[in-house]
Design a protein around this ligand. Sequence first.
Ligand code: GLA
Length: 739
Amino acid sequence: MGIVFDREKNTFTLTTKNTSYQMQIGPLGYLLHLYYGRRAEGCFDYLHLKRDCGFSPNPYELQNDRGWSLDTMPQEYSGANGGDFRLSSLDAETARGQRGADLRYVSHEIRAGKYALEGLPAAFDRGDECRTLSITLADKTSGLQVELLYGVFAEQDVITRAARIVNRGDAAVRLYKAASVCLDLPFGEWELLHFHGRHTLERQPERRPLMDGIQSVASKRGASSHQHNPFVILCEPDTTEDAGLCFGVMPVYSGNHRTDIELDQSGSVRVVSGINSEGFSWLLEPGQHFDTPEILLTCSVSGLAPLSHTYHRFIRENVCRRYIPLAERPILLNSWEAMYFDFDEDKLLGLARETKELGVDMLVIDDGWFGHRDDDHTSLGDWFPNTRKLPHGFDTLLNKITDMGLKVGLWVEPEMVSEDSELFRAHPDWALRVPGRQPAISRNQLVLDLSRGEIVDWLFETLSGLLSGLPISYIKWDMNRHLTDLHSAALPADRQGELAHRYVLGLYDLMDRLTRAFPDVLFEGCAGGGGRFDAGMLAYCLQIWCSDNTDPIARLTIQYGTSFGYPVSAVGAHVSTVPNHQTGRTTPFGTRATVAMAGTFGYELNPAKLTAEEKAEIRRQLERFRALRTLIGEGEYYRLTEAGKGRFTAWQQVSPDQGETLVSLVLTQPEANPKPLHLKLKGLDAESVYTLQAADFYGCNADMPALRLSGAALMYAGVTLPIMLGNTPSMQMIWKKSE
Ligand code: GLA
């Protein structure tokens, strides 16, 4: 396993537990991609036959050899404006207007450990897990060099990739495109599985065969977005949860991203992923370099479930910089749906007392505690307490809450500014806007120019002041609008194309400094719910509010889609009140908890409005979650059904030692005279015997007999559930391996 360079064949072979990845320095120094897939030995250049393809040009040096074209050979990092008409990976322009890139091999280096990227989050090595391969390619005309970086995490089956573009010439060069990854899949049939949506309906999966031509998954909103999550999967048509080949492409990036997938005239597929090149340009002076964001690649040879498991583990262990197991994180109650902006000191203290009485660990004070904010028109940027609502000072209030034995969390939205704020009055030029044009308003707010170091410094000082002066254990970091009017007062005219990426670098710098300065504070990401749910944010935030939609039935598909790439431990999920504030739907209390237990679990309601039975139910839910949260947070997650299809949605968590499993099911379409409900479990030890510890039904009257079954019986014959009648009832079953 690891990285091998074969001098005779000129191949680089990257081997992980289950996969092989191979490249070759081909004719004229072009770096060819030979193979990525199930682990296999050999040199795979025999696959790529020379052939004359009409209208595919040949390199000048090979003019008599019409059988070899950049347009037909699989490339490792494609150039532009040369002989390859497919997707380019790098496109640059010199001061003399020489446009494109012709990249040839120069040298390589294999070293222990993981490469780092400047200013960008990236996967890390916990000690002897990773080896780095760096291959340098050069474009003679511009003087640009590209260092292709590969991090081989052999045990984890993950290959990370990024590119460092270095200007070795003596004049500035402008980059128009600098992709992180180019991956050619020359053979086979492929389907694209991607995750699209909108505010309150994030990450809806869509799987469809590739069409001839280019299809894209992209955002130019300045954030990874609700609309198109950057994570995509390519799979063979017959790939299922448990069988078949599939590839994952996961950008560790939170800004404008783009993954283009091209099915070309030869039936070959090219995937190019990285920063969205629309609106992007970057001026590289001599001696300077540009690092692209990292992409986490994995290939599963046995279906989608193992692909997800690989990402879940890898994000927890090699991306989250300071992973805290779910069992050690506080269970919270959030004031947003409980009170929205309508609170003051007394109301918050009342909410805190109720929260404590229920046995919840932390009260999160959401939007509305600062400046003079009573609605979403004012005060973003004024990160000091609202003295009208909190007349005795913030520290008095927070100390009173912590004296009750509760932790305190606080909502902030640091990247934004309201026009009605002290900050905006003092620094109107800190907001993004094009001179001479009124900026677009979204949720009544503007965006601070995080590309500017002094603004990032100011935010660091301001937030550090809050965190060091007050007993705050948790920060909910929100971002409630997207970037428009991209123009920075601090950048020269010929560098405005750098702004969107510089904004993300500023954000990462701020998060990096804050998380290092306050290692005991838990940061939760949020962007109008799950609008920035990506591996970049997960480097700093252990969890991300998955959606502003807290309706458990809507959450089934949102959390299902999220589960393909991201671990349960990252999914912010709360029980809220009924009728649900987003959909108006009423669901059983237990069903809301069943669904929130496929995430970090917490509450988003006002306990003062609950009945005694509901409060007793909350205590039972907390007990259940506390007993199971290691299994929930760090167990293997299996999708048992396709959410949103059929009568019910079911999923399962299995402890890493296969000793215990939680099976959850929500019946979304109850029927009269129903067909039997039947489920086959997954991930158990076939040889062991499991005992049913609990079978709890919510929103219906049903019961299960005592059962003791082998893992094989549970997985291959399955279990039949009793009839469940009612409005969206649900069920949780716990099975434990018998000694
Ligand atoms: C966003 C968040 C919500 C809440 C509000 C407050 O929409 O997703 O959870 O914090 O902002 O304004």
